[in-house]
Write a protein that binds this ligand. Structure first.
Ligand code: ADP
Length: 493
């Protein structure tokens, strides 16, 4: 984010808290409608008050306009009745009434300031044309009302020139009525509602504070539950069922916990297996060395024999360490793969040639069946490792005079390597475990055959790095077949 923008948003960092957001939302949801209602009530009170006053005054002035005609007031303004009526209305509404005749002369002014004077204004002229109208001066707070003085010709007064029903405009009544009382009431109303609004404001702060805190409690519980899982991975899954959301978070967390537990368990098991496997040759060497040290005058042949045994144990230790290093290196990352074009048939021939001397010791025949020429994009060293481990096992766990058949085939996507032997086979119960690190089917029997129990784990890793699969089928007494299936073109994830 750019620096100026950062500066603007920095003070709003507190809004990243869910509690703060809930507080703001609850507060605004309560406060905005209550403020709008207050404003609307006060404003509509004023409009309504002005409207009612205007109608009241206009109705009364219409009656007075009739009286003005009746008492011929425009010619003679001495009528006590009419004057009393005019003064009464002027006092009642705290206003001023001007009666103006058709010649624009002021006949009566309740303030008695401009009687006898002439008034020329747009309002008066419109009133003389029979238009009754009014307007409200919000700034000076008064309502101006113009009431025309209209005489409707009756049947008795009608002449052929002026028929019955004709309207004659004699003048206007110009009235100014103060709206002070309405405004005073409005101000009182406004003050009272401001007090109510202030109370609502503080109440809403309290409600928003309590509400926001209550709503985030489940999340606090989730945080507490998660931070309790500090060391070790309990079998007990943690649960906060208040919200679907917290349930989802903890479901995902429990799954992660489970997965970490599996990894932790397997790491512990691996470490204990490694220690055990590394200790065994050391213990043997210690026993052999001690027995030599504790005996006097040991014949040279015994020395030689024991030292040969010690050298064999050292070799075994060396093999275990090398296998472990291979495994660890492969675990690190697939980026370690050195991908290139590999002639699978040629590579298999090389591996078979290398292993033939070992096979010859047990008179085992190694056969290569190439169903087709396979050229793949893969890591040559890893493919060679796969072939060596599988063929070596097929020789190791074979009978004397047995046979190992390596079959190479491919379709348009994958190539397959089958390694079959004529050994004793593996019982079904063990088949699932043979790819595990340090697993050896028959420990006592396997002890006679050199091995670390890591070969198939390494093989499986190498296959997986190529996004391939490895399967095994076996029949007791007949033999075992391992099938490796790898994409012809190495695919990155
Ligand atoms: P190692 O051969 O060093 O013991 P591996 O991981 O290569 O370890 O093999 C694990 C176990 O699987 C072996 O100990 C052996 O019991 C069994 N196994 C592997 N290959 C074969 C095979 N071709 N025939 C019979 N058993 C086998």
């Amino acid at each position: 984010m750019r620096e100026p923008l950062k500066k603007i948003f920095l003070p709003l960092r507190w809004l990243r808290s869910l509690r703060a957001r809930l507080f703001v939302i609850i507060f605004l949801v309560g406060f905005i409608p209550s403020s709008i209602m207050r404003y609307a009530t006060v404003a509509s009170y004023e409009d309504r008050g002005i409207e009612v006053r205007r109608t009241d005054v206009q109705n009364q002035l219409k009656i007075i306009a009739d009286h003005l005609i009746k008492y011929n007031y425009l010619r003679d303004n001495s009528s006590e009745v009419v004057n009393a009526e005019l003064n009464q209305i002027a006092n009642l509404y705290d206003g001023r009434i001007l009666v103006i005749n058709g010649a624009l002369r002021v006949i009566k002014d309740t303030y008695q300031l401009i009687e006898g004077k002439t008034i020329v204004s747009e309002h008066v002229i419109r009133g003389l044309r029979g238009v009754s109208h009014s307007n409200y001066d919000r700034v000076n707070r008064y309502i101006k009302i113009v009431t025309p003085i209209i005489e409707t010709v009756s049947a008795s007064n009608a002449t052929p020139e002026i028929p019955e029903g004709t309207e004659i405009f004699h003048g206007v009544i110009l009235t100014s009525v103060s709206s002070d009382s309405i405004n005073t009431t409005r101000e009182i109303l406004s003050r009272k509602s401001a007090i109510v609004e202030t109370i609502i404001f503080f109440l809403l702060i309290a409600i928003a504070l309590i509400g926001a805190n209550l709503l985030v409690i489940p999340f606090d519980r989730v945080t507490r539950a998660i931070s309790q899982v500090k060391e070790g991975f309990d079998d007990e899954p943690i649960n906060v069922t208040d919200y679907t959301e917290t349930e989802h978070i903890l479901d995902a967390f429990n799954q992660l916990l489970k997965r970490m537990k599996v990894i932790d368990d397997s790491r512990n098991e691996f470490v204990s297996n490694v220690s055990h496997e590394l200790k065994t040759p050391i213990t043997s060497m210690k026993v052999l060395a001690e027995s030599l040290v504790n005996q006097n005058d040991v014949p040279e042949e015994i020395y030689r024999e024991f030292l040969v045994d010690i050298a064999a144990e050292i070799e075994r230790e060396d093999k275990i360490i090398n296998d472990l290093l291979t495994l660890v290196k492969m675990d690190k990352s697939a980026a370690l793969l050195n991908i290139g074009i590999v002639d699978i048939n040629a590579l298999t021939e090389i591996v078979l040639k290398r292993l033939r001397p070992i096979a010859r010791k047990k008179d085992i025949e190694l056969v290569l069946e190439s169903k087709r020429e396979v050229v793949a994009v893969a890591d040559e060293v890893k493919i060679s490792l796969i072939l060596t481990n599988l063929i070596e096992n097929a020789i190791k766990y074979n009978k004397e005079h047995g046979m190992v058949t390596v079959t190479i085939n491919a379709d348009h996507q994958f190539f397959t390597i089958d390694v079959s032997d004529t050994g004793d086979g593996i019982a079904e119960d063990y088949l699932d475990h043979i790819f595990e690190r340090f697993y050896r089917v028959d420990k006592s029997h396997s002890r006679e055959i050199a091995g670390t129990g890591l070969g198939l784990a390494i093989t499986k890793n190498a296959v997986m790095l190529h996004m391939g699969t490895i399967n095994v089928t076996s029949a007791i007494g007949e033999g075992t077949t391992f099938t490796v299936k790898i994409p012809l073109n190495y695919i990155t994830k």
